[in-house]
Design a protein around this ligand. Structure first.
Ligand SMILES: *Cc1c(COP(=O)(O)O)cnc(C)c1O
Length: 383
């Protein structure tokens, strides 16, 4: 560990406990239906948590996607939204935020992350192509498949071990990438994709040292490097905490460094700025031009991309908030604390703690349930 996150309080006995550095000023009523009804609801849903109604759920922890509370500053910004089909000042403010936070000049707006993936895959992936990546996200995988391509997941073997001390389980393995290029040829590889805080393996980050090495290989073979920045805040936090070179860097500098290594950055604002929407950004005008015509076809005009102006304002503020260590340190510090408590109680968890949630290794927690009977789904249903 390098410097401490700013929301962690240290006690005289050495114990460290994270605190919430925000106060909640809007409340929404919850329901706590009797346990008999909850059980019935779970049965009616076929023990599938996606089929439940929030009426029957006390705390809905299915996902962070688009369900996070906005900040006071985001809500305030929504009131000054400039409704206009073209030339909206709200969009200008979002472009400025993308310039300031990601360091990218061109922005193509889209209604959410997978819409960006649709545009990127349609533009760059041809039948027979291969897209190497650290790890897939479901919608990314589907869009590449839909356009006739295939993916290869090139994290180090250790990344999929639940128990590890590797601080960067999200790293893309450079040797595997070289091997992939040798097997398929660089002309079959439209881009290499690095996903910040790899979602499906528990929010595990990659290091900037790794991203630099991958950038070097891409340059050697003339391949474009694409960054999925949907969960970039958490990855930046881990770089600050775990990568020595960056222990004194600001989050803003780390974000710029990460984005600066990629030719093209895309994001889901449902995650990165707790609002709605998404965007594709680049400093290369020719790359932006190749995709531009698809935005009015699938999303909306180039100055709103299917996002409401109010949400565009919230996105802009949310992007700036991603550079604030106090904001981005909170989830990962709570997750790490919670994982520590569960490990002490003997609960098998994925370690080290990632940035998305505290992940229990359901296979080991419920060893009597075979993988094909979905131990993780069974555990969620039991909860
Ligand atoms: C959520 C997510 C997406 C897709 O974004 P949506 O806004 O849900 O369409 C893509 N990549 C990653 C890493 C994500 O977490």
């Amino acid at each position: 560990m390098n410097s401490e996150p700013s929301n962690v309080v240290k006690f005289y006995n050495g114990e460290q406990i994270p605190l919430e550095l925000h106060k909640v000023r809007v409340v929404q009523k919850l329901h706590l239906v009797p346990v008999e009804r909850r059980l019935e609801a779970a049965r009616e849903a076929g023990f599938n948590t996606f089929q439940l109604s929030t009426n029957d759920v006390y705390l809905d922890m299915l996902t962070d996607s688009g369900v996070n509370a906005m900040s006071d500053n985001q809500i305030a910004a929504m009131f000054r939204a400039d409704d206009a089909y073209a030339g909206s000042q709200s969009f200008d403010r979002l472009k400025q935020a993308v310039r300031d936070v990601f360091g990218k000049e061109y922005l193509l707006p889209a209604h959410q992350g997978r819409a960006c993936e649709n545009i990127i895959a349609r533009t760059f992936v041809k039948p027979g192509d291969v897209v190497p990546m650290n790890y897939h996200f479901t919608t990314t995988h589907a869009h590449i498949d839909l356009n006739g391509g295939k993916i290869e997941e090139l994290v180090a073997d250790e990344a999929v071990n639940p128990i590890s001390t590797n601080p960067f389980k999200g790293n893309l393995d450079p040797a595997k990438l070289r091997d992939c290029i040798a097997r398929h040829g660089a002309d079959k590889i439209p881009f290499v994709r690095m996903e910040a805080s790899t979602n499906l393996i528990g929010g595990q980050p990659f290091s900037i040292a790794n991203m630099r090495e991958i950038r070097g290989i891409c340059d050697e073979f003339g391949i474009m490097l694409v960054l999925d920045a949907s969960l970039i805040g958490e990855n930046a936090y881990f770089i600050k905490m775990r990568e020595d070179e960056f222990k004194d860097s600001s989050c803003a500098d780390i974000l710029k460094t990460m984005c600066g290594l990629a030719d093209l950055v895309y994001f889901s604002a449902r995650k990165v700025s707790s609002s709605r929407g998404g965007g594709i950004c680049t400093n290369d005008r020719s790359i932006a031009k190749k995709m531009e015509h698809l935005v009015p076809l699938f999303e909306g005009f180039l100055t709103y991309g299917g996002i409401s102006v109010r949400e565009i304002e919230a996105m802009a503020v949310g992007l700036y908030e991603t550079t604030d260590l106090t904001v981005i340190s909170q989830s990962p510090s709570f997750i790490e604390y919670f994982i520590g408590q569960m490990v002490d109680m003997g609960i098998p968890c994925v370690t080290p703690a990632g940035g998305l949630g505290a992940h229990i290794d359901a296979g080991r927690f419920l060893p009597h349930i075979p993988q094909e009977d979905y131990p993780a789904g069974a555990l969620a249903a039991a909860f």
